[in-house]
Design a protein. Sequence first.
Length: 411
Amino acid sequence: MKVCVVGGGLCGLTAAYRLSEYFELDLYEKNTVPGGLLSSYPRSGYQIERYYHHCFSGDRRLLSLMEALGISDYLEWLKGTTGYYVDGRIHPLNTPLEILRYPHLSLADKVRLGLLTLRSKDLDTSELDEIPAKQYVVEHIGEKAYTAFFEPLLRSKFGAQSDEVSAAWLISRIAIRSDRGVSGERLGYLRGGFHHLIDSLVSKLDDAGCGIHTGVPVTRMTRDGDAWLVNGQAYDAVLSTIAPHDLALLPGAPAAPRIPYQGAACMTLGLGREVTDGIYWLNISGDAPYGAVISHTCFVPPEYYGEHIVYLASYFRDTPPAGLGDRMLSDFYRRFDVPPGMIHWHELAVGRSAGPVYTTGYRRLMPDYERHGLFMAGMFSPPNYPERSMEGAVVAADEVTELMKKRLADG
Ligand SMILES: Cc1cc2nc3c(=O)[nH]c(=O)nc-3n(C[C@H](O)[C@H](O)[C@H](O)COP(=O)(O)OP(=O)(O)OC[C@H]3O[C@@H](n4cnc5c(N)ncnc54)[C@H](O)[C@@H]3O)c2cc1C
């Protein structure tokens, strides 16, 4: 039997790896390099992800995939600190003392926020799916807590669409992220970069004789009796891992569910000094062309790279604002007092299908793994709720491939 996988991101590559044991396989990836959102820039002497990445100790399937691929020895657990930039000042927000000292929330707001965090694990989020996060926070913690704390966070994650995000998403996220010790959380990173994961999958697929066609977009997909024709080639089954709205553009493809998506623009800079007072993840409050500054080398030692690496992160709907890259750079120079001469290099990555927006009613929209005879899995699948992630990509790949094996054995 011959199977086609559309999309060479982590989900498509993992699914192909699982399926390659049972079927003849072709994988199509429109970009010239595999990895999708987890692909990397090759720099001289090292590789760095186009979009900042870390994993969590609870990412069970991702960690066991790394084990199976023989790359677990690269895994390091490092301290990932967070902070808030407000009115020209950086506020670390990791320990209870730092939170108590944070001046932009009253003590009463902090107590209400703490109580909500404690309750978040016991709340039934299915009842919150139709309620906007803003309404929920204002009702339970207060207007000030929303504008001073949650609104900038939501904006850094969802840009202009943040008002549409559901309380179910917010509470699920708080519940997941509140499992940290008093001195902050340990996050996982593969020494040398997550390209090890992508490279190992590609190498296993090469060994299994799988055809990996990079730089080849799927442009047509039609049903031909029991078979599928993909770019004119016949297959017994097709797994699409691309965004449903991208699938819907392919002539002949079956109707795809309408999942709200956003794009991401991520500026990566190599520079001569550290800029965020040692903080890894700095959310930016106020008017800036990016919502967060992620100092990769405040997480992974700069000695691995011979320079500091910083990401400026921003999300957009449909298309990125004109001149975004230039505005990010000039704001960064001014805000962090960095002379342009200190920047060694910079690259802007723009992904139009960077992840779903978890709007009210989102849970109803998530599609099954099989629709109209086509298999579908990816960032829109249930394992990626309430947050699309590497773990979600691996779990979705595992679940859809189990179903495919069963269906193809039956059929
Ligand atoms: C800014 C950012 C930061 C992130 N940080 C983290 C993190 O710290 N930790 C974490 O766990 N997760 C993180 N993620 C999420 C993680 O990267 C994704 O969940 C995961 O990589 C998604 O994999 P995927 O294969 O489902 O999708 P994708 O990586 O999007 O793969 C889909 C692939 O399909 C290809 N494609 C599209 N159309 C076609 C076509 N017509 N023909 C052929 N190929 C096509 C695309 O080029 C792409 O390579 C982050 C994501 C972003 C955007």
